[in-house]
Design a protein around this ligand. Sequence first.
Ligand code: ZN
Length: 163
Amino acid sequence: MNNNLKLPIHELFYSKAGTIDTFTIEVPVFEDSEINIVPGQKITLTGIKIDDGICLYSEGQTLKVSYNCARCLKTVDTEITLETLEKHYYVTIPEDMDSDLAEEVESKNFEIDLTSLLKETVFLSLDPVLTCGEDCPGMPDYGAIPTQPTSKNPFTDLKDLLK
Ligand SMILES: [Zn+2]
């Protein structure tokens, strides 16, 4: 299976500034030890023709994923909302452009490879530690939280801790 995501942007690139085009792509199923992306999902990207290049933009897209809880290893099926994605593509990146935001596109075939950008976006959208939730039985036990204050003076407990 070919997971490369090549977006043909030739037509948009030669449109007049302000032209908008929509691309729907199937999200590749990344090989990853942490998460699995449910196959066959599509997301929509908006392409806008800007001076000298194009801007690719996507916001609020959701993706079904599954992963194993980092603490109890239970399988979790969930839906994540992807971080906003924005990238500008140029044949030659203007000098004043933020290099994180801009990327070059080959003028030979005018195709954008979205594989790494999408992968990056998916990982940015995940929690740093993937767990099954607050009720995870594998959570470290910090001891029961007292329901009643043991002392009226809030500093008494602190003094005990400092002993
Ligand atoms: Zn868990």
